[in-house]
Design a protein around this ligand. Structure first.
Ligand code: GLA
Length: 384
């Protein structure tokens, strides 16, 4: 259990039991690719794999983070919290959360010691950053006796990632890591920041196929897509009050097509149609129509591939191979894209040997096999 590992590590690093342990899961982006920071709709699933954070009060004004893989300790004064250099980025995720908790009213009259542990699949695009932010947020709040709602925790996590780590992400990752529920999907209206959990049909599960490929410029490309979407929204808003892509229809977009570049048009079209797909997917889930739901997942991938252009050959191949397998409802790239993983929604009958067959064929084409993980929808952030 990852909580036990975090406790053991804490004891090894700091020579005593931690006072608080919190845990938060990674997530799969179910459908709604790059819709979140456009104020749109998105659905995600918290997986049954987590990051655990163990903390204790110190008697002085220092805060001390122990690196779980190297054992290195990073110490700083409570009074000098600012983003650390990139080589120490692992500290920035929880540190940013702490800073914004203090800004929100947490009274930091003593420092803390911090250690963590993870059983999330590495590099599979399940957002370990949101998991650590949410686990840290719950742990700090409990340690300092500060109460906040789930929604407030999510907003603090995102703020930290946007302003402290410097990644212009939306609210999906933190929202799902916090609001996740066993056997459920989290539906988010990113404009109103409202969260809802919808039951997942019984007898289904998820498979992640991690291509292990990652574009060298992935952060820059994400930021570029973000800028293109904002540009589209700006053009569409001209002559009225500024609105987000979520507020426009394909009719609005087509009416202003000649005012934007072909690229910006494609990005906006993807987001507008993807929002429609998410709402449709929600209806299909309500009606238990898994076949139509699966088609929407495949359509979402096509749109990411052709319009948003954040897929790659490897992910496309995985989706194509999965499409040919029985017991697969749908598959699509999950998360930011430009490499990473494909998620497949499959029925209980989908077997390990089918997953292996996909991996084998992929390996014949690309030399190395993808990493495969089976996962289930699990619970969101909590105190252990
Ligand atoms: C990353 C970001 C999310 C979201 C997805 C794309 O996972 O962290 O906020 O934008 O990409 O949908």
């Amino acid at each position: 259990m990852v909580e036990i590992t975090a406790i053991e590590r804490f004891k090894k690093f700091f020579g005593m039991e931690p006072q608080v342990v919190a845990v938060a899961p990674g997530r799969i982006e179910f459908v709604g690719n790059h819709t979140d920071y456009n104020g749109g709709f998105v659905m995600g699933v918290a997986i049954d794999k987590n990051i655990a954070v163990a903390v204790s009060k110190r008697s002085d004004g220092k805060i001390c983070f122990a690196n779980s893989s190297t054992g290195e300790k990073v110490s700083l004064d409570l009074g000098e919290i600012k983003p650390l250099p990139r080589s120490l980025n692992w500290v920035n995720y929880p540190l940013g959360v702490f800073k914004y908790l203090v800004e929100a009213g947490l009274k930091a009259d003593f420092g803390f010691d911090f250690a963590d542990a993870s059983n999330l699949p590495k590099g599979a695009g399940v957002s370990s950053s949101a998991a650590i932010e949410m686990a840290a947020c719950y742990a700090f709040a409990k340690l300092y006796g500060f109460s906040l709602s789930k929604k407030e925790a999510v907003i603090i996590g995102r703020k930290s990632e946007n302003n402290f780590v410097g990644m212009p992400c939306g609210i999906l990752d933190q929202g799902v890591s916090c609001f996740g529920k066993k056997n459920s999907v989290v539906f988010i209206d990113c404009k109103t920041e409202e969260f809802e959990t919808l039951p997942l049909a019984p007898n289904c599960k998820f498979y992640l196929f991690n291509s292990t490929k990652k574009h060298a410029l992935v952060d820059g490309l994400y930021a570029e897509r973000h800028r293109e979407c904002l540009e589209a929204a700006k053009i569409l808003s001209e002559g009225g009050k500024e609105r987000m892509l979520r507020d426009f229809t394909m009719r609005d977009l087509n009416a202003k097509k000649d005012k934007m570049s072909e690229t910006v048009y494609k990005r906006a079209r993807h987001v507008i149609e993807e929002n429609e797909r998410v709402l449709l997917a929600k209806e299909c889930m309500g009606a238990g129509d898994m076949a139509s739901l699966g088609k929407i997942l495949f359509a979402s991938h096509e749109s990411s591939k052709n319009l948003f252009e954040n897929s790659c050959e490897e992910l496309d191949e995985l989706v194509d191979l999965l499409k040919m397998q029985k017991n697969v409802y749908g598959a699509r790239l999950s998360g930011g894209g430009f490499g990473g993983a494909v998620m497949a929604l499959v029925s209980d009958d989908f077997s390990e040997s089918q997953a292996e067959e996909v991996a084998e064929k992929y390996g014949q084409k690309f030399g190395a096999k993808p990493k495969i993980f089976e996962c289930f929808a699990g619970d969101g952030a909590r105190i252990f």
